[in-house]
Design a protein around this ligand. Structure first.
Ligand code: NCD
Length: 331
């Protein structure tokens, strides 16, 4: 019988032992912002600041070497998918990208979501999922042993966007408590609004909701906000709030969620933030947008130092690096 040398001796291998299993995120599915509290948010923001520093100084590290993230997107994405991929790669991990449209995966052959997830978990340590149906991430999490991160489930939630949004507010304005935040646009279908609103109820803030009648915030969410004792103001007109707000959070009307395209046509250009409008805003305030924008913010506003939306995009990388490191127990 031929003896052969072992393929490898585990030399230089990275330990799978968590360095911090009690960080509140270790091996947790990230499905909704309701699972966070002020304490673990502060921890995550701290790690995110370290990630920013890490990129500035050295660009990348080996923290997640040996780990694989599956990135499965059943809906279009630019920022969420590419920032998750960049986050994993900058931390030394690897990625299975199913982001070019699931038409190139077995989903196109009719495979179910649970079967796709049960397959991908055989190859990966964490699964990032975007799906058009509310609750899809929960369904995936129920069948998967590895943590599932919700990257948007229909009109439901987009928890990692809310994390980077909140982090942006804190970085830009130095605090979250005592701010007046106005959400503008599609408050009915916008999942980023739903998640950020819930997250903000953990702080001492005032919230204004600016939308046309058919795009008002869902009633159950409005009741949840009111139930937490948050002062709330609703209006159709952004001029009603522009002079007082610290954060103007503008959103796209979610065309793909409309069943009646005539209704979409009526509200699509309802709000446009212009340099003229910005003249009435406070000197120290910020304009945010989860992006993509399709006309809600005049590109001329980009020159305004208060336009924070591209800095907000950048923060998505640090937050997702922090989250991946935390979920895998390495932060
Ligand atoms: C948002 C989304 O997908 O919900 N985009 C994002 O993730 N930054 C907002 C949108 O599509 O309008």
């Amino acid at each position: 019988m031929v003896t052969r040398p072992r393929l490898f001796q585990f030399d230089g291998a990275v330990s799978r032992e968590p360095v911090n299993p009690h960080n509140g995120f270790y091996m947790q599915d990230i499905l909704s912002v309701s699972q966070f509290n002020r304490e673990n948010l502060a921890y995550l923001f701290d790690v995110a600041e370290e990630m920013r520093e890490l990129i500035r100084r050295v660009g990348a590290c080996d923290l997640l070497k040996g780990y694989v993230m599956a990135c499965v997107f059943y809906e279009p994405s630019t920022r969420t998918s590419s920032s998750f991929i960049a986050a994993m790669e900058r931390l030394g991990g690897a990625v299975i990208p199913i982001t070019q449209g699931v038409q190139f995966s077995s989903v196109a052959k009719g495979e179910s979501l649970p079967d796709t997830i049960k397959t991908l978990e055989q190859y990966s340590d964490v699964i990032v999922l975007r799906h058009p149906e509310v609750g899809a991430a929960k369904i995936a999490a129920d069948v998967a042993e590895v943590p599932v991160i919700n990257a948007g489930d229909g009109i439901g939630e987009h928890p990692t966007q809310a994390l980077l949004d909140l982090f942006t507010i804190k970085e830009e304005l130095g605090r979250i408590d005592s701010l007046h935040i106005a959400m503008v646009g599609d408050l009915r279908f916008g999942r980023t609004v739903h998640s950020l609103t819930k997250l903000l109820t953990m702080y001492d803030v005032r919230l204004s909701f600016v939308s046309p009648e058919i795009l008002r915030l869902p009633l159950d969410l409005m009741n949840e906000v009111r139930g937490k004792g948050i002062p709330v103001y609703e209006t159709y007109d952004v001029a009603d709030v522009i002079e007082d707000v610290d954060v103007l959070y503008v959103t796209r009307v979610q065309k793909e969620r409309f069943t009646d395209l005539n209704a979409y046509e009526q509200v699509k250009n309802y709000y446009v933030i212009t340099p003229e409008l910005m003249k009435r805003a406070k000197e120290r305030m910020i304009v945010m947008h989860p992006l993509p924008r399709v006309g809600e913010i005049d590109p001329a506003v980009d020159q305004d130092p208060r336009a924070a939306y591209f800095r907000q995009v950048g923060n998505g990388l640090y937050i997702r690096m922090a989250l991946l490191a935390a979920v895998l127990g390495k932060a």
